[in-house]
Design a protein around this ligand. Structure first.
Ligand SMILES: [Zn+2]
Length: 391
């Protein structure tokens, strides 16, 4: 067994009352502003920055006199101070880089509007938060429920920190760092698979399984087009035109829809990743950068809509939990052009040709399936080589 560090993210259930959390995040915003002001004044007067201890003490002193601040846990207040200090450090590093000729914008951390404060962080498990049951977390004595996308992992994990983060839709997510056991290389009973990404089909697996894009993606594409049309009809769409209230409303609708799509897509990626990792012990995929580049060349900006990189990131995270190995197949491997039967590397194929026919032996196979099979055998070869190296 191996202990690994993870950052997990879960969403709080909507029906809980979030004002308890929002009030506290707002106070963190006020603390941030106070901290930035104190630091700036001190720097102006002395030419030095405050030490961590000094800033903690100053803010701690203020906490005694501002009643609302006592709602915020003292370690949460300290974490806001930590972030200000880190921002100052970055500021000084950037100044140095700038002196050496780098083009950088640099300014010390500034005050911001309270609603721009997005999060608060608890530094230590048991100090301000506890996972108290299946899908249940207690934050400063108040219970909240979350969608348990990790099948109870959080209850067994050694939890370190938790960040409560809100977005512009009023949703709240928890980001939890923890150590959890992963099974390492216990791959018994599960098989290896190669996967090819595509635009028409999301995934083609080397065992013939095809995973299509869920229907809701297509519906939303229509909706987005409609909203964009509505937007262009409203006053404010042209350059220099003042935004009308209708224009603003349409903008908001569009932003909301984009967020909704992103959320649904992420949920789907999690679900799919879990299914794949339960089923397979080794998953071979193509190196993502390369894949994105190829697809970009052929298909243009549409590629980003499918968020492959997000999917691979999620897949890797879930794979760790299940003890599944994700093997990335190298950059210059011609997965779509290599014959599964004789190994001959064929000439370039146009992206819209769906069937592979080998010039050498005449072997015929679905293009994506052939690619997935090649990705699998290349992935297994890499895995054998790495094992031989480390043995
Ligand atoms: Zn062939």
């Amino acid at each position: 067994m191996e202990r690994k560090q993870h950052t997990l993210c879960v969403k709080l259930r909507k029906d809980d009352d979030f004002s308890f959390l929002n009030v506290r995040i707002n106070i963190c915003g006020a603390i941030w502003n106070a901290g930035c002001t104190i630091m700036r004044e001190y720097y102006k007067n002395t030419g030095k920055t405050m030490t961590k201890g000094m800033l903690y003490a100053q803010l701690g002193e203020m906490r005694k006199h501002i009643p609302s601040w006592s709602l915020v846990y003292s370690q949460v207040l300290q974490q806001v101070a930590d972030r200000i200090l880190a921002a100052y450090e970055l500021f000084f590093t950037n100044i140095k880089k700038k002196k050496n000729g780098a083009k950088l914008k640099c300014s010390p951390p500034k005050c911001h509007k309270i609603r721009k404060q997005k999060s608060m962080t608890f530094k230590q498990y048991g100090k301000g938060f506890l996972f108290t049951g299946p899908g249940e977390v207690t934050i400063q004595g108040k219970k909240f429920r979350y969608y348990d996308s990790y099948d109870g992992l959080l209850e067994q994990a050694a939890v370190h920190t938790m960040t409560v983060k809100r977005n512009s839709l009023g949703e709240i997510f928890l980001y939890i760092t923890c150590s959890a056991d992963t099974k390492g290389e216990s791959w018994e009973g599960r098989s290896a698979v190669g996967m090819d990404f595509g635009l028409k089909r999301f995934l083609t697996l080397s065992d013939g399984t095809v995973i299509e894009h869920p229907e809701f993606f297509k519906q939303y594409t229509k909706e987005i087009k409609g909203l964009n049309r509505a937007l262009s009809r409203k006053q404010g769409g042209k350059k220099g035109e003042a935004w009308s209230s209708g224009y603003k409303k349409s903008l908001e609708d569009l932003a909301r829809l984009h967020l909704k799509i992103a959320n649904q897509r992420r949920d789907w990626f999690y679900k799919l990743s879990r299914e794949l990792c339960k089923r397979y012990s080794i998953i071979c995929i193509e190196d993502l950068n390369m894949k994105a580049m190829q697809m970009h060349k052929h298909w243009g900006r549409k590629v980003s809509d499918y968020a492959y990189s997000e999917f691979v990131l999620i897949l890797k995270g879930i794979a760790e939990k299940f003890g599944t190995a994700v093997v990335e197949v190298g950059t210059f491997f011609p997965s779509t052009r290599t014959c599964n039967e004789c190994g001959h590397v064929n000439d370039k194929m146009a992206p819209d040709i769906r069937t592979f026919v080998c010039e050498e032996c005449g072997y015929t196979i679905d293009r994506d399936l052939g690619a997935a099979i090649n990705i699998l055998s290349e992935g297994l070869r890499i895995l054998r080589e790495t094992k031989a190296d480390s043995a």
